[in-house]
Ligand binder design. Structure first.
Ligand code: NAI
Length: 311
């Protein structure tokens, strides 16, 4: 059981939300938990096992240390101030391996595995645990929130809060409403995202919301262009950098995001919307994933990688 804690005063926090639950402390969840605690919210951080919870908390500590070291280096903070801030932020995060500790949360954000059946089971359990006024938010990037919101038994309290990786740095949050989301819940969720120093945008519960709906088909189109032999992957990438002003070319970006992630998003959409040609899957993408060449994270995708550096 998580004991009551007093929220540190912060002018940034909104009055409707005191305690935030974060479920899944992986790549996205640790960043969201950290960002919420830095803004002054109490955070109950839940993962499935002690090992994965500890890994998530260690990731937060590492990220905070890096951030604080930068303040000290710039001369903005003394080392004592950095130590105090670290203790204050970590003091607001309460790790747990049981969903029951989410009971008293005003807002619970879910960033568990991207699988609709697993999310349905999870939301059913969550709906029975979190107090009735609690808002339930999903960080899903490609599933339809309406497909699992009903399992919670309180679909009017369910929204999407879609953060971007790395959460600590990326400013955008897509706030997603289903046809059943209560406008008051939507408004609180938007103001909460803004209170983290992010820029929230509103979107309906449609495939890929705004960013991925435009981005993922664009990556696929770049691969089709290459597969047809119309241009080389290097020329496609450099064209979009120098001609469209994108910071990274689309095929490099597909490698960067992960080819398995890109494929699974497209395949999910094809299954749900089989007649939508813009969701078509390039054959080379299937092949790369079959070969285990998943991009940056495996050291090879369309390009070869040395850590974060494209070779
Ligand atoms: P991840 O695999 O890094 O982390 C998932 C975490 O959830 C792991 O720590 C795992 O132990 C935990 N987990 C799984 N099932 C659980 C359960 N039932 N209860 C408690 N913890 C559980 O995944 P990642 O990349 O953080 O993605 C999580 C969600 O965020 C997905 O819905 C994904 O679509 C979404 N997302 C991912 C982005 C990305 O760039 N990877 C960007 C935006 C959204």
């Amino acid at each position: 059981m998580i004991r009551g804690t007093v929220r540190a005063f912060s002018s940034k926090t909104i009055p409707e939300i005191t305690r935030v639950g974060m479920v899944g402390l992986g790549l996205m969840g640790h960043g969201i938990a950290q960002t919420a605690a830095m803004a002054g919210y109490d955070v109950v951080a839940v993962d499935m096992t002690q090992k994965s919870l500890d890994a998530g908390l260690a990731r937060i500590e590492g990220s905070l240390n890096k951030l604080h070291a930068r303040h000290v280096k710039k001369g903005d903070w003394t080392t004592d101030k950095a130590k105090d801030e670290f203790a204050a932020v970590m003091g607001r995060i309460h790790g747990s391996v049981t969903n029951k500790d989410l009971a008293d949360c005003d807002l619970v954000i879910e960033a568990i595995v991207e699988n609709v059946d697993i999310k349905k089971v999870f939301y059913k359990e969550l709906g029975g645990i979190v107090k009735p006024s609690g808002i339930l938010a999903s960080n899903t990037s490609s599933l339809s929130i309406g497909d699992f919101a009903g399992s919670s038994g309180r679909p009017s309290q369910v929204v999407g809060l879609h953060f971007f990786n790395p959460v600590q740095l990326m400013k955008l949050v897509e706030v997603v409403e289903t046809s059943q989301t209560d406008p008051k819940v939507f408004d609180i969720s938007k103001r909460w995202a803004a209170s983290l120093g992010k820029t929230p945008v509103s979107c309906k519960d449609t495939p890929g919301f705004i960013v991925n709906r435009l981005l993922v088909p664009n990556l696929a189109q770049a691969l089709f262009l290459m597969e047809r032999g119309d241009a080389s992957m290097e020329d496609i990438d450099i064209s979009m950098q120098l001609g469209a002003g994108h910071p990274m070319g689309p095929i490099t970006l597909a490698d960067y995001v992960g080819l398995d992630t890109t494929l699974s998003i497209l395949e999910g959409w094809v299954k749900k919307y089989p007649n939508e040609p813009i969701f078509a899957v390039p054959e080379s993408l299937r092949q790369k994933v079959k070969e285990g060449k998943l991009g940056r994270k495996t050291g090879e995708g369309y390009y070869k990688w040395d850590g974060d550096k494209r070779l």
